[in-house]
Design a binder for this molecule. Structure first.
Ligand code: H79
Length: 455
């Protein structure tokens, strides 16, 4: 029989290389971390509640609420005060003796978030200052051991979240200015770094993360931060990501767990870096990013409570930011910095109330929607959900004609979301549609039109 060189030589060689390649690939994987594999379907299922939610509450709370932004002559500090005011760790620790937020009421906080239309809460379990808002067995520097308050704040808040049906999520800082094994030291400090072992710090942090994901029921998101110092690296990030997933497989983790974040824009390459979503900070990208992302933002100019900061964004700005973000396929994580007494500042409460009122009427155009089908709408934004298109009008056209360039698909009906009984007239032109509007914008912030499509 004639020899077939393909079957006799090339194919076995090819298979040999393939097997070798696979063995090398899997052993490489083993060397770094046991990775959690999931199909696209499984991934989509894991992300489903978060994509549906679109709107969450960020809470920055810790010892820094006590100085409330003030140190000596300066009034511009907040959660960074240990570093920005160069307060020695021993001195900063003394705030713990004064931390007694007797007005803290988990039921009220959760209700306020829910009434605002928020579907998840992300609270600082530990910020860069190293102080923990939960009872940790691994340190005394926490609310239970070091403060007169003694109550486990995360326990009360997570219990209440589970009760009221809203997701509880934790922000946990990788950077830690308090732990003796964390490196590097701040340049200005006098604490010696002798004997410090970063690996021991990582063990501590992982231990705490284990407490967070095992003692407080089901956690929605672990939101890491402070990953930018040189001691943190790609491998440590990948290990931490997979470790957390191994403890709670369905948990969602932000991209700051690793080293993939590209500055404050929060963008990254989800194909090569760990993390489930991008994290633009204090900014909204110009367009969607092609993967999951969440803009986090302050209501004034500080994350932690600053009693001098009155630079509040208006209700209109906040509602328009929410709409802008959702129209680009992102989530909005809006921050509140509670006082040392345990209260949300009054301006926050007023803004959350206004957002909730708007969401009560227009939430359908936010929850579970996907990004705009139109590249550019000069009067506002748009979102889509199954057979509906929502048009968010920021500027009510004076001629009462809303131009929707590119809309050619005939709609079954068009109505104001706040009054589904209305029926708006649509004219179709070569370039798109024109919708006839009533004289007055029905909403002072953003009025929404729903188009039902004939599918
Ligand atoms: O937790 C919030 C911030 O504390 C944290 N991320 C959000 C979610 C954050 N860490 N770093 N940064 C934000 C950017 C760094 C800003 C700084 Fe500064 C400029 C640090 C020191 C100078 C801002 C201004 C903080 C202190 C002064």
């Amino acid at each position: 029989m004639k020899k077939n060189p393909f079957l006799n030589t090339i194919l076995p060689l090819f298979i040999g290389f393939l097997v070798m390649g696979l063995v090398m690939y899997s052993s490489q994987n083993k060397q770094s971390t046991p990775s959690i594999k999931e199909t696209q379907d499984q991934h989509d299922q894991r992300m489903a509640w978060w994509r549906d939610a679109r709107f969450g509450l960020f809470i920055h709370w810790g010892l820094y609420a006590i100085p409330a932004g003030e140190w000596k002559e300066e009034t511009n500090h907040a959660e960074w005060i240990l570093t920005t005011a160069q307060i020695p760790v021993k001195e900063y620790e003394k705030f713990a003796e004064k931390f007694n937020p007797v007005k803290f009421n988990a039921e009220e906080w959760v209700r306020t978030a829910k009434n605002a239309g928020m579907r998840y809460i992300v609270i600082t379990s530990k910020h860069h200052d190293g102080f923990c808002l939960f009872g940790s067995e691994l340190t005394e520097y926490d609310v239970v051991d070091a403060t007169p308050f003694k109550r486990d704040i995360l326990k009360e808040l997570s219990d209440e979240c589970h009760k009221q049906g809203i997701k509880i999520c934790f922000y946990h800082s990788i950077m830690d200015w308090h732990h003796p094994d964390y490196l590097p030291r701040r340049e200005w400090e006098s604490r010696s770094a002798e004997g410090a072992k970063f690996d021991r710090y990582v063990k501590y942090m992982k231990g705490q993360v284990k407490e967070l994901v095992t003692n407080y029921g089901k956690i929605g998101v672990l939101w890491f931060d402070g990953e930018w110092e040189d001691t943190w690296n790609k491998q440590r990030g990948a290990e931490l990501y997979h470790y957390v997933r191994s403890l709670q497989p369905s948990i969602i983790i932000n991209n700051r767990v690793g080293k993939g974040r590209e500055g404050m824009s929060g963008t990254y390459d989800p194909e090569t870096a760990v993390g489930d979503f991008g994290t633009p900070e204090q900014e909204i990208p110009d367009t969607g990013l092609g993967y999951d992302w969440e803009t986090c933002m302050t209501m004034n100019d500080h994350w932690g409570y600053n009693k001098h900061d009155d630079n509040w964004k208006s209700k209109k700005e906040l509602i328009q930011k929410l709409v802008d973000i959702v129209s680009k396929g992102g989530n909005f994580l809006l921050n509140v910095g509670p006082t040392a007494e345990g209260l949300f500042p009054q301006p926050c409460i007023e803004r959350l109330r206004a957002m909730g009122k708007w969401m009560d009427v227009n939430g359908e155009s936010i929850y579970g929607t996907t990004a705009s089908l139109f590249p550019d709408l000069e009067w506002g934004r748009s979102t889509t959900k199954s057979e509906k298109i929502f048009l968010h009008i920021f500027e009510w056209p004076e001629n009462r004609i809303l131009e929707v360039p590119g809309l050619k698909h005939k709609a079954k009906s068009a109505y104001l979301l706040e009054n589904p009984g209305t029926s708006l007239n649509i004219k179709y032109r070569e370039t798109g549609a024109e919708i006839e509007l009533p004289e007055e914008a029905p909403d002072p912030y953003v009025s929404v039109i729903a188009l039902e499509l004939n599918k």
